[in-house]
Design a protein around this ligand. Structure first.
Ligand code: F6P
Ligand code: MG
Length: 454
């Protein structure tokens, strides 16, 4: 049940795996330790202080293991719902493997699980999020793009009086295309790549203007957006469908996802949206329930943007209130299945998390956001860029009951598929002309698989 292409590994010096395992992850851990020290320096209770110092010692050990390419050991039974899944995978496939020679995807996920363990075995700091400060800080420095969207979308979507039905559909199609791109490019603000971003860098990544969107569509190298519109437009005929988002990053990306999901509900294209987040801090910026609550509550009650005008703040509050109302009405549902924080790829989703697979198979469309989800869908292996998306995602397209799947991802790592018959030549050309094209986040794919409805 594996693809015929080799999975990327840390020792592949030609791939981003090498830089990540050798340099990026130790840097991320170092910054995480700095964050805990900040917290420690403001703690007064002796028992809490001692407990936190032990967390730091475990993090130091993890950093040492990572840097010395130590063998992967089982996860300690810390009561998390995913311990058995983790240890089964380690025992079955990765005994004796280390951080560099295990598949990159697994080794990287394993590092975040070990980081979790540093806190989950503690007494007072079980739920501590070493990335929370960074996530909040980046959102509060995103004011331009945040208000550009809130002032535009706070007013509920409605058609001009007396508009013929064909024009209404066309207006919705245009809005859908624009918001799909907003949702897609929201994935560029990923904190694991952009350590210490400046305000200018944030702005450049988040410019959401219309003209800019026409230009950026050219950078979507595999683009199934028109097919996607057809799928979603057909849902409405059945009085609206269920759309699932397998979320990626908190803060600005989540905000963009919500703007998109808001439109899907208002336009009647979807009657329910289910959001899938992580149970604990994951790949630096991924969404947890705490991040979800933080965003909605900051929008309604927060004082994050001291320079904003009253009208801007009011638009943000209106959006936030509406989104909270969706939650209360059950139109929006937040979920967090343990499988999302494991090292398995989605080639194993149907066998390792059959309950989740069944749950997703009842959805009309499952949108996977971001680079990590894309790596997991495609087994993070060296498939040729011309490989069809349906082939690249294996059982997620071919298993009985496989849901319709869309991957919306800005390209930030090696695996690239779904570029069409000329894809291999295109990738070769980009390799020569823009050597960093696979990690810059400048390019993207929006790929669709129809699945195998039961
Ligand atoms: O470390 C690499 C990676 O796992 C890549 O998937 C990507 O560069 C980043 O981390 C996460 O990106 P995203 O937040 O879009 O999944
Ligand atoms: Mg992420």
């Amino acid at each position: 049940n594996n693809p015929p292409w080799p999975a990327f590994r840390g020792y592949h010096t030609y791939s981003f795996a090498y830089a990540t395992m050798g340099h990026r992850l130790p840097t991320i851990l170092g910054k995480a330790i700095d964050d805990v020290i900040l917290t420690l320096n403001q703690e007064s209770e002796e028992e809490h202080v001692k407990d936190l110092v032990e967390c730091i010692e475990r993090m130091d050990q993890l950093k040492h293991d990572l840097e010395s390419h130590a063998k992967l050991r089982p996860i300690v039974d810390d009561g998390e719902a995913d311990v058995a899944l983790w240890n089964k995978e380690i025992a079955k496939y990765f005994q004796g493997k280390d951080f560099m020679n295990a598949p990159w995807l697994f080794a990287e996920a394993y590092k975040y699980r070990r980081l979790r363990e540093c806190f989950s075995v503690s007494k007072y700091w079980k739920h501590y999020d070493v990335f929370f400060r960074q996530k909040c800080d980046t959102f509060s420095r995103s004011s331009d793009a945040v208000f550009e969207l809130s002032t535009r979308f706070a007013e509920p979507f409605k058609h001009k009086e007396g508009m013929p039905d064909v024009d209404k559909v066309e207006a919705e199609r245009l809005m859908f295309m624009e918001l799909t791109q907003i949702c897609l490019w929201g994935n560029s603000t990923d904190l694991s790549l952009l350590i210490n971003m400046t305000e200018e860098q944030i702005k450049a990544l988040q410019s959401t203007g219309g003209e800019n969107l026409a230009a950026t569509e050219k950078n979507i190298l595999g683009n199934d957006m028109s097919r996607l519109w057809k799928v979603v437009n057909d849902l409405r005929a059945n009085t609206g469908g269920r759309i699932d988002f397998v979320l990626d990053n908190a803060g600005f990306e989540l905000y963009c996802d919500c703007v998109y999901a808001d439109f899907l509900i208002q336009s009647g294209l979807a009657k329910q949206v289910r959001f899938h987040g992580k149970r604990y801090p994951w790949f630096v910026s991924d969404v947890t329930k705490k991040d979800w609550n933080w965003l909605l509550n900051s929008m309604v009650y927060g004082h994050l943007f001291p320079k904003a005008t009253d009208a801007e703040m009011e638009s943000l509050r209106r959006l936030g209130h509406r989104w909270k109302e969706y939650e209360r009405e059950g139109k929006w549902v937040y979920e967090q299945h343990p499988f999302w924080c494991t090292g398995y790829t989605y080639w194993d989703l149907h066998s390792e998390a059959p309950d989740l697979f069944l749950h997703l198979s009842r959805s009309d469309l499952v949108i996977f956001k971001g680079d990590l989800n894309h790596r997991k869908l495609t087994y993070d292996c060296a498939a040729p860029p011309s490989t069809e998306f349906d082939i690249a995602i294996g059982p997620m397209a071919s298993s009985a009951g496989a849901p319709r799947v869309c991957s919306m991802r800005t390209i930030k790592s090696d695996v690239v598929v779904g570029l069409g018959p000329e894809g291999d030549a295109l990738a070769e050309k980009l390799d020569k002309e823009e050597p960093g094209w696979k990690i810059s986040g400048k390019y993207a794919v929006v790929l669709l698989s129809d699945g195998r409805p039961g």
